[in-house]
Design a protein around this ligand. Structure first.
Ligand code: KG4
Ligand code: ZN
Length: 347
């Protein structure tokens, strides 16, 4: 995928167009210098998938085809550019992991634009782009960092010793944290996506009303959320009169408790200068409060990207792409999509 830099003169990379279509957000953004967001447009397909209680892959792929052209036009126009790509020095596109049909829409468009505009292209790992969401707002992050990446598809603890240098410390052995939020919310009739719904309802409930299990498998840094989800279902079936807000608050408390306990220990064990949140679940209010408190108690930094940068967006793709393009990474017209792309160190 990424070839060695070609010898000879290469134009400096300032403005990068990012394209993100890995799941149910169609997004395009222009970022200058890797850290200044010039434009960022996100078109969510939430309404399309809500009645099915989750993302329907075929519908997502088709919606990306329809939405990507107007979303791109909007992002380019807001950045003072147009369909000729005026002022754009490079293109970054998410090429995995994600839904294969959705990824392919973005990758095909990015390759076409790179060829038409004569600018370099780089494929970006969606997980790496979530890590770069923090760098967009705080480019002077110190190293090493421990990143808790919590989204609908992933729950990972990653040690980052420098951009591109990643060590996977642990992950979920079953459901992702966001998936648990979505499944429990669906069971409670709160709609899709479940994370924001539970986040909004929980403050009206008592987080100590139910004592749900805090599963921490093994001695390392792994997570497990499927037992918690089953426990919520069994409890509500046994006690149909239970207040939904109490269930939501108690469930959220259990998830956040586990996430913060393991992340905090991971940060201490590697001597991290900071703990960083990434991914859609990083928008959760309780998680943000608890991580801030834990980091203050432990005397390390807490990096919490703004909520808009936690959930899927293309500014983070452009930021990761800027770093990759600047160091000489290039993808070619044979760039493909990989639904199961893994995060590996490339330095
Ligand atoms: O990163 P993201 O936008 O897409 C993936 O790459 O998966 O994450 C989406 C996930 C969904 O499961 C959604 O319910 C969850 O993030 N989420 C939240 C919140 N906002 C989004 N979970 C808890 N609290 C929130 N406020
Ligand atoms: Zn994501």
């Amino acid at each position: 995928m990424c070839a060695a830099p070609a010898p000879g003169h290469r134009a400096a990379i300032h403005r990068v167009l990012g394209i993100e279509t890995s799941c149910d957000e169609t997004a395009a953004a222009v970022v200058d210098g890797g850290t200044t967001i010039v434009s960022s447009v996100v078109s969510s397909q939430i309404d399309l998938h809500a009645r099915y209680g989750g993302v329907v892959p075929e519908l997502a792929g088709r919606a990306h085809v329809e939405l990507l052209t107007p979303v791109l036009a909007d992002a380019l126009e807001q950045a003072g550019s147009d369909h000729t790509g005026r002022g754009i020095d490079g293109i970054a596109v998410t090429h995995g992991p994600g839904l294969i049909g959705s990824l392919l829409v973005g990758v095909a468009e990015a390759k076409a634009l790179s060829m038409a505009w004569g600018v370099p292209l780089v494929g970006v790992n969606h997980l790496e782009s979530h890590l770069f969401a923090s760098l967009l707002e705080q480019p002077d992050l110190g190293w090493p960092l421990v990143v808790l990446l919590v989204s609908g598809g992933h729950t990972l603890l990653i040690e980052v010793t420098a951009p591109g240098e990643y060590r996977l410390m642990g992950g979920t052995i079953d459901d992702a944290a966001g998936e648990a939020f979505d499944k429990v919310a669906r069971f409670l009739g709160l709609g899709y996506p479940g994370g924001p719904a539970i986040d909004a309802l929980a403050p009206q409930g008592d987080p100590t009303a139910f004592s749900f299990p805090r599963s921490m498998p093994g001695d390392g840094y792994d997570f497990s959320f499927s037992g918690l989800k089953t426990s919520v279902v069994n409890r509500v079936r046994k006690e149909p009169g239970a207040q939904t807000a109490d269930v939501a608050a108690s469930f959220q408390e259990a998830v956040v408790d586990v996430l913060v306990t393991r992340a905090r220990r991971a940060a201490a064990d590697v001597g991290a200068r900071a703990l960083c949140l990434a991914g859609g679940v990083a928008a959760n209010s309780l998680l943000r409060t608890r991580v801030s408190q834990a980091c203050a108690d432990d005397g390390i930094g807490a990096f919490l990207p703004s909520r808009a940068l936690c959930t899927d967006n293309a500014a983070m793709v452009a930021a990761a792409g800027h770093w990759r393009l600047t160091r000489g990474d290039r993808s070619h017209l044979d760039l493909g999509a990989d639904a199961n792309l893994r995060l590996v160190s490339t330095v």
